[in-house]
Design a protein around this ligand. Structure first.
Ligand code: AMP
Ligand code: MG
Length: 395
């Protein structure tokens, strides 16, 4: 048995980042992984500008009762004239501060009479001025290779005027679903059948990562059918993922099929749900075999598949953040394996979904995250537990 951390480290050591890159329009690059640093050719903001609607002035010209002549009006998008000594400029948020001015008094602190202004509060040098380059300096690397393009990063790229971005090519994932009992939604179930929930879930998870997904559909519990599906999947894919059929029963053919076509490692991981993790190679493709139980597939995806795929995509991922919360539950019987329990945060405490069976997928749909309980630990109400938000595990 491997610990979760050992298994993860082993798996990640096998993940070779893609090398192919392409240049994309920035508008089409959400979720993609940057392949080279993005260096700014401009300063942001380009000029000192006002952070407020108000009056630009020279601090030295200010006195408590002094009225300053307002000699110009500078709206955003225009450049004013150098400030005449002893005067003020009407100015608006985002407008360049005129040469000679060293403060902006916010209009709420000013009194206006005809074309003269009196500033009621003593201004301080630099007040309400956003400095040129305070966000980004000319020549600064604003984004780095390996960073995924989030909305804020796309905004930063736009802020320096970038229209095209060099990204790694999409990772190609092929997936199929084993089980004679599983049926696609869309028609009534026959006796003995259940709907295929892993397909909808996994396709969405791969899509969320920005992978190119090839869905090879459902494959019967039969060695030859599994071998044929695996061969087809491995032809174009970087990574082949399967659902079900990796346990020890005689209806589980995925392992034998992988072993026949390539190389297979079976890792027993001391975790619940999950446990068996099948990893291998078929041709040039990596192989990852997920358990059929939907909650196990979901948790194994979060803890193993996702970090593997991210590294494979060229992403330099940050570890997900975990939080410590008091438990709103009792778990008196220590488990033999580290458990990942579906939980919600209510009033600052971790509440468990009542049914923690690995077949109960509503637990994952309900959950905000996973409570992580080390093997051999009991949990009493009020004890601190580690909580992994799903937003972190899936970010
Ligand atoms: P297996 O890993 O093939 O032994 O399957 C374990 C359990 O998960 C069985 O109860 C299966 O019926 C169920 N299962 C397998 N594949 C799926 C799927 N795609 N959708 C929903 N349940 C599944
Ligand atoms: Mg099965």
């Amino acid at each position: 048995m491997l610990t979760v951390d050992e298994a993860r480290a082993r798996l990640l050591a096998q993940a070779r980042p893609v090398t192919g890159t392409e240049t994309l329009g920035a508008d089409a690059a959400l979720g993609r992984v940057l392949a080279e640093a993005l260096v700014s050719g401009v300063a942001v903001p380009p000029l000192d500008n006002s952070a407020m609607d108000g009056y630009a002035l020279r601090v030295a010209d200010w006195a408590a009762e002094r009225w300053l002549h307002v000699t110009q009006r500078i709206p955003a998008g225009r450049v004013g004239h150098p400030l005449v000594l002893g005067t003020a400029a009407r100015i608006f948020t985002g407008a360049p501060v005129p040469e000679g001015a060293d403060a902006v008094a916010m209009q709420e602190d000013c009194e206006l009479r005809d074309d003269h202004v009196r500033v009621l509060k003593a201004p301080t040098p630099g007040e309400n001025i956003r400095r040129a380059g305070e966000d980004i300096r000319d020549g600064q690397a604003v984004l780095h290779a390996g960073e995924r393009l989030t909305p804020a990063r796309l905004g930063v790229a736009a802020s320096i005027g970038a229209t095209e971005l060099a990204v790694y090519r999409r990772l190609r994932v092929a997936v199929f679903f084993t089980g004679d009992e599983i049926a696609l939604p869309g028609r009534p179930l026959k006796p003995g059948q259940i709907y295929n929930s892993n397909r909808a879930m996994l396709l969405a998870l791969f899509q969320g990562l920005g992978c190119e997904v090839e869905d090879l559909g459902q494959v019967a519990d039969d060695l030859e059918a599994t071998v044929a599906a695996l061969k087809k999947a491995a032809r174009h894919a970087d990574v082949v993922v399967t659902s079900g059929g990796v346990s020890v029963g005689e209806e589980d053919h995925v392992k034998a099929a992988v072993a026949r076509l390539g190389h297979l490692d079976m890792w027993k991981v001391a975790m619940k749900p999950g446990k068996p993790l099948a990893y291998g190679q078929v041709g040039d493709a990596d192989f990852l075999g997920l358990p059929g139980n939907p909650v196990s597939a979901f948790v194994v995806f979060c803890l193993f598949v996702r970090p593997f795929l991210l590294k494979r995509m060229g992403a330099a991922g940050r570890e997900p953040l975990a939080f410590t919360l008091p438990a709103a539950f009792e778990r008196r019987k220590p488990g033999q394996r580290r458990e990942f329990l579906r939980a919600r945060v209510e009033q600052g405490r971790a509440v468990l979904y009542p049914n923690q069976s690995s077949g109960v997928l509503t637990s994952a749909a309900w959950a905000d995250g996973l409570v992580d309980v080390e093997a051999g630990h009991t949990v009493h109400e009020g004890d601190d537990v580690r909580f992994w938000p799903l937003t972190e595990l899936l970010k």
